[in-house]
Each structure stands twice: as C-alpha cells, then as structure tokens.
Design a protein around this ligand. Structure first.
Ligand code: SF4
Length: 138
C-alpha cells in the first residue's frame, strides 16, 4: 500500500456530524466481525445469536448491520446510540484501506469528513494498526 501521504501521520478528530454513519463509501454496509457481534450482544444484554438475527444480515459470507441504504439503524439525531459497543469499522474511520491512497483521500475523504486535519496526530504506525482491523480482512 502506498504510504507517502501519511508517513508523517494524519490529524483526525471526530466532529460528530454522523456523516460516516449515513454514507460509508464503498463500505456500503457496516460490516461486523464475530468480535463485533459479541460486543454488541453483550452491550444490548442478549445472546450473539439473538443480536445477529435481530440486527444483522449476511451477504457474500459477511455479516453486516441491516439496512444498506441511508443512516445506520443505531444513529439517532446524529449520535451513535451504541458508541461504546460500536464495531471496528466505525472505530477505525477514516483509516480504511480503500481511503488510504492520495487520490481518494484528497478528492473524497477530506471533503466528506470535517474531522480530517483536526485533533491529535495519528502516527503511521497507529494507522497501520487500524488498517489491520478492517472487518473484511479478518
Ligand atoms: S454503529 Fe454507531 S458509529 Fe457505527 S455506523 Fe452505526 S451509528 Fe455510526
């Protein structure tokens, strides 16, 4: 993966717009690993099976939250109602593999997300760790 534009790190701080919870780019779904589903289920006080049946769909072998179009089912008034239990895909925004090339970053991510360039500096090493948490590469 080309690293030049983020080799010195990237500043990011969520501004709470909820935009990444409404439109997720090529991550059209909020994908969930087994760990994500277990965390969600524990947070909601149900079994992983009950959570998965009530809130998830499986497409092409991958679990994701129900609802491919529009806002996430857990977004209410621009706030995540399951913030503590949010899945890896949400925790790692904007450091998704599909975003980490200069063209996509400069033409799409920086215009889409007002948190880019704000807040603390994520080092290249931290970004690499976040990239490894991509739910589609587990
Ligand atoms: S789980 Fe929370 S952070 Fe993730 S897309 Fe839904 S509302 Fe947003």
């Amino acid at each position: 993966m080309q690293k030049n534009f983020w080799k010195d790190g990237v500043r990011f701080e969520c501004q709470g717009t909820g935009r990444c919870c409404v439109s997720r780019g090529t991550h059209g779904y909020v994908y969930l690993t087994l760990k994500d589903r277990k965390r969600f289920a524990k947070h909601l006080g149900v079994s992983t099976q009950v959570f998965s049946k009530a809130h998830c769909v499986k497409s092409d072998g991958w679990y994701h939250l129900k609802g491919p179009e529009g806002a996430c089912q857990f977004l209410k008034e621009k706030s995540c109602t399951v913030y503590e239990a949010r899945p890896a895909q949400c925790r790692t925004w904007p450091f998704w593999p599909e975003n980490m090339n200069a063209k996509t970053w400069n033409e799409e991510v920086t215009t889409f997300c007002p948190g880019i360039g704000k807040g603390r500096l994520y080092s290249a090493e931290e970004i690499e760790d976040l990239l490894k948490q991509d739910p589609l590469n587990q």
